[in-house]
Design a protein around this ligand. Structure first.
Ligand code: 1YM
Length: 664
């Protein structure tokens, strides 16, 4: 057969239509996450204008009609004619796809690689968009729509309603962009107020002195609509905020910043009496929970500076080996931000910086600045304290190593009654295997009988495991519940944690839908968060959702997971049904437990994600730590525990961390 290539059957994707054809290529996903990506794209442009020194206020508003708007008080987007394209700057920026987002790379040195796909992508994926530019004493406006062409029946993406229009004269400066995400593209066009608010707060911390105002006009109570975030101390304030709930060694926050070539690095560090290390790093305002070259540079320089100092003051003698980096970082809370041209994000969730030139640059900056800090007379007390703490940490590490060796000598373990509690799965493929951590022996018994033992394992928990927050690694390792869990998972914990040995790719927490169950869930999540964070980051942890009610009529049985659902179902089945309320998992027989909670074909699982590691950390600290005040404050501030917003996101991608902890 001969193929006939004429112009008509060669598909030429023109301009913004390409974005609508493959939105995933530009914004990753059309789920709720992708929706919010649109907003961050525009917010990034406003923040760029601020970090370049032209604006100091940004506002974000979620409107009742579902649209969002972003305002800055910068220079206003360019309105003059583009030299070669012969249309206004506004039209170019919002209708042409730019590889790097911006066409003037010099001024926009530090755009995030994740975002920075360009405002035109936002336009392409919106039903409409308006741009107001206040520039050179003029107010200019342009409107774009994505509508079906009545002749071709194709949607024309982000088409100008008309040319850029001058509305009038003004003394105002800046840009306002408002857009309505297209519900023909996105599965869910509902803005998550909390998600937006959190990210804006984070951006305010990362951009010292920038005033960010957030208004959610959908909120009924007028006095709860608007929040403002502005931090004169920037990341120093951020570290203090993260340490609410912890006990800092003193009020000092170590702060420094420096530059090598085009790489800028800032760090704020505060020591607490805790054991955990909390390093939160960012590149161009984007979190890097998986670390990368900037973190490596920071850690290398940090360890070296403190070891040199320990020798200088004689705590380490010539014959002594250096202390380990982790020893110096025990109890440290640190925010590290780096600005990088053309960042390369790698890793499963694109959360790791890959640029090799960044490591030596950050290392040099940190080495120089930390040496200065350690030289300063007024810092001697603090510096000596840190070294003293590190020496103790090294001793504890040695003790932990011994304890861990006991746990790891698996031959000895198999013989011990320790894992006798575990009903292992028969299959040997970790990817297929699931471990259910079940609250209580009686539920554990039902689960053991009800499961599909080919791939499901059951680990019943007796009573409450200990709260891992505030516990050192050797204390955690001496706890029997945790020891059996660690052994069952096969990963070890802390510094020696390794995902490659993970025996179950789904780890499901199964606890009752009551206060106690929520507490156990919080304790387990805290443990994973503190000692097996990668397990959470890689998405291996799930929360099982047992139903609350069983409605039976004749041969028909329907399970309901909350009161709302129950109401719907009972209305539908009409009179004459029997209702059973499950107070706990223990009340279900093995078949019911299988049907409702364990059968992959029917059950509901929620995947735990840490979309904001810093916030999650702060919350774990507040709610599981030993300070009463911050916990009480938090609980009275967020007393509405029944908000379901985290539970209704599409794709089952939720962050129940908050909810589970709130219940604790
Ligand atoms: C609410 C969103 O986009 N603000 C914004 C964007 C730009 C400028 C100012 C700007 C940049 C430059 C010169 C420059 C943009 N400019 C461009 C482009 N807020 C928002 N504020 N004058 C104004 O970089 O030289 C893209 S965005 F393409 F012109 F560089």
């Amino acid at each position: 057969m001969t193929q006939n290539y004429d112009a008509g059957n060669i598909q030429v994707l023109e301009g913004l239509e390409a974005v609508r054809m493959r939105p995933g290529m530009y914004i990753g996903t059309t789920s709720s996450r992708g929706l919010h990506h649109l907003l961050w794209e525009i917010v990034d442009n406003a923040i760029d204008e601020a970090s370049n020194g032209f604006a100091d206020a940004v506002t974000v508003t979620l409107h009742q009609d579902g649209s969002a708007s972003v305002t800055d008080n910068g220079r206003g987007v360019p309105v003059d004619e583009h030299p070669t394209l012969h249309v206004s700057g506004v039209e170019v920026i919002y209708t042409k796809l730019h590889a790097g987002g911006k066409f003037n790379n010099e001024n926009y040195a530090y755009s995030g690689g994740l975002h920075g796909v360009g405002a035109s992508v936002v336009n392409a994926l919106s039903r409409w968009m308006t741009v107001d530019s206040y520039r050179d004493w003029g107010h200019y406006r342009m409107r774009f729509t994505s509508e079906e062409n009545p002749k071709t029946h194709k949607i024309e993406a982000g088409k100008p309603d008309g040319p850029l229009e001058k509305i009038g004269n003004t003394r105002r400066r800046g840009t306002v962009v408002r857009f309505l995400p297209d519900d023909r593209i996105f599965e869910d066009v509902h803005w998550n107020s909390q998600q937006v608010s959190r990210r804006l707060q984070e951006l305010a911390y990362l951009n010292r002195g920038l005033m960010i105002t957030f208004t959610d006009e959908r909120v009924k109570e007028a006095d709860k609509r608007t929040q403002t975030f502005c931090y004169e101390g920037g990341i120093v304030d951020y570290v203090c905020y993260l340490n609410v709930g912890r006990t800092p060694v003193n009020d000092d926050v170590i702060y420094f910043e420096g530059q090598r070539d085009t790489i800028i690095c800032r760090a704020a560090i505060q020591y607490t009496v805790d054991y955990a290390e909390n390093l939160f790093s960012y590149v161009n305002n984007i979190p890097t929970p998986e670390g990368g070259t900037h973190e490596t540079g920071f850690r290398t320089a940090f360890t070296k500076a403190f070891n040199d100092y320990a020798r200088k003051i004689g705590v380490l003698k010539d014959k002594d080996a250096n202390l380990a980096g982790e020893d110096f970082r025990e109890g440290l809370t640190c925010v590290l931000t780096t600005m990088v041209k053309n960042p390369q994000f790698e890793g499963q969730t694109k959360g790791r910086l890959g640029n090799s030139e960044v490591r030596p640059a950050v290392e040099a900056i940190v080495a120089e600045k930390l040496a200065d800090w350690l030289d300063n007379l007024k810092n001697q007390e603090m510096a000596q304290h840190i070294v003293g703490k590190a020496v103790k940490a090294a001793q504890a590490r040695e003790a932990a190593r011994k304890a861990r060796d006991t746990v790891r000598s698996s031959k000895a373990l198999e013989a011990q009654p320790l894992v006798g509690k575990l009903a292992a799965a028969r299959g040997h493929h970790p990817e297929d295997n699931e471990l259910f951590i079940v609250e209580g022996d009686s539920a554990g018994g039902s689960a053991k009988q009800g499961r599909d033992s080919r791939f499901q394992a059951i680990l019943p928990l007796r009573g409450k495991p200990l709260n891992a927050e505030k516990k050192s690694i050797d204390q955690v390792l001496s706890n029997e519940e945790f020891r059996s869990l660690i052994t069952a998972l096969g990963t070890s914990i802390g510094e020696t944690f390794s995902l490659t040995n993970l025996k179950y790719h789904k780890v499901v927490i199964l606890s009752d839908a009551d206060q106690d169950g929520a507490h156990i869930r919080a304790i387990l999540l805290t443990f994973f968060f503190r000692y097996m964070k990668e397990l959470l980051v890689a998405g291996h942890v799930y929360i099982g959702m047992p139903p609350l009610y069983r409605v039976a009529k004749g041969s028909q049985v329907i399970y309901c997971y909350d009161d709302k659902e129950l109401e719907k179902v009972t209305k539908k089945v009409g009179k004459g049904y029997t209702l059973q309320r499950y107070k706990g998992l223990g009340e279900m027989n093995p078949e019911q437990l299988w049907e409702t909670t364990m059968d992959p074909g029917q059950r509901k699982l929620m995947q735990v994600s840490i979309d904001d590691a810093a916030q999650a950390d702060r919350l774990v600290t507040i709610l599981m730590g030993d300070k009463v005040e911050p916990r009480r404050d938090y609980i009275s501030e967020y007393a509405d525990f029944n908000r379901q917003d985290n539970f209704e996101l599409p794709e089952g991608q939720v962050n129940p961390m908050r909810k589970a902890l709130e219940k604790a």
